[in-house]
Design a binder for this molecule. Structure first.
Ligand SMILES: Nc1ncnc2c1ncn2[C@@H]1O[C@H](COP(=O)(O)OP(=O)(O)OP(=O)(O)O)[C@@H](O)[C@H]1O
Length: 304
């Protein structure tokens, strides 16, 4: 955790996102994603058991929770990278359960991974082109009639260069992705996600492994996504980041949503304190205290 984790300008928070008390599963004024009864078990372990959750449109929502709470599994389910035992969910009013990941992406829901998936032996530019919608090779007839797609190829390259410039990676466009630093790879992954003009961007631990020199730039880019009309849902352990940029926070523990609210309210919610600190929150956790718990403890103290 870093207390330097602040964007360069004060983020404009979006409020008025929910209807009624901010309890788990609370209705949103304009949800972009609505999930019901999504359950995933691994043998005897219930990793995800979300009864109902709504993600507000054109806002930044943080999904937080202690290690093993089910956040990444839930991300995998929503984006078609894993299959639930039960459950349905809709993205922009369209059912998504059983839709494979590549089609979910084409529908406008793009995700990044905790460990970046940039292809090290491809150049930065080639990684970007892979993120484009409707690539030439996808369609048999286009592949037979290349003049149909040369214009598209050029447009993709221009768009990629534009994005790489925005993310300050243009000078690296011909380098192998493997030569980038961890933080630059995170930026590349985010830039690549934007190649397909998503409406919902899901980021799994965008700050993990990013050195302080790049954290501000990453935060600014995430805020930009909202400014451009996109919706962001991100998993993050860095609570300072959550507090600074999230408009809404959803807290998971043991597979369930245990609390929701704006970042300041949520940090004071007893269910959240319990989820992170169990029954130990008045005592020193000593050796057993993880970095995430320490971070949460500091913030809870700040809020009180
Ligand atoms: N493929 C799998 N096979 C078996 N168990 C799994 C699998 N994937 C996840 N789990 C288990 O499901 C639970 C939820 O894991 P998940 O990675 O979703 O949690 P998380 O909240 O993302 O945790 P972290 O913050 O540590 O990344 C954990 O107990 C984990 O061990």
């Amino acid at each position: 955790m870093s207390s330097d984790t602040v964007p360069s300008k004060r983020p404009e928070k979006t409020t008025g996102l929910h209807v009624g008390d901010p309890a788990p599963g609370v209705k949103k004024v304009d949800p972009i994603l609505v999930a019901d009864h999504v359950k995933r078990t691994f043998g005897g372990l219930t990793a995800v058991d979300v009864e109902h959750v709504e993600i507000p449109r054109n806002a930044i929502t943080a999904l937080i929770g202690p290690n093993g709470a089910g956040k990444t599994t839930f991300f995998n389910l929503l984006t078609g990278f894993d299959r639930p035992d039960t459950g349905t969910w809709e993205f922009d009013g369209r059912p998504l359960a059983h839709v494979p990941a590549y089609r979910v992406a084409r529908m406008g829901l793009i995700r990044t991974f905790q460990l970046t998936k940039s292809l090290g032996l491809l150049t930065v530019m080639d990684n970007m082109k892979l993120g484009a919608k409707g690539q030439s090779g996808e369609n048999f007839f286009r592949a037979l009639l290349p003049f149909l797609w040369s214009g598209e190829e050029k447009a993709n390259e221009e768009k990629a260069l534009d994005l790489l410039t925005r993310f300050k990676l243009d000078a690296k466009k011909d380098d192998y992705a493997a030569s980038l630093s961890g933080g630059q790879r995170k930026l590349l992954e985010m830039a690549r996600a934007l190649m397909s003009d998503p409406t919902l961007v899901m980021l799994d631990e965008p700050m993990a492994g990013v050195n302080p020199a790049l954290t501000q730039s990453l935060l600014d880019h995430i805020l930009d996504l909202k400014a451009q009309g996109m919706t962001v849902l991100f998993v993050e352990h860095d609570m300072h980041m959550v507090r600074h940029i999230a408009d809404w926070v959803i807290v998971m523990a043991e597979g369930r949503v245990v609390a929701e609210g704006d970042p300041h309210e949520v940090m004071q919610n007893p269910a959240v304190i319990d989820a992170y600190l169990g029954s130990h929150h008045d005592s020193d956790l000593g050796e057993t205290e993880t970095e995430h718990v320490t971070a949460m403890k500091e913030l809870i103290d700040d809020e009180q």
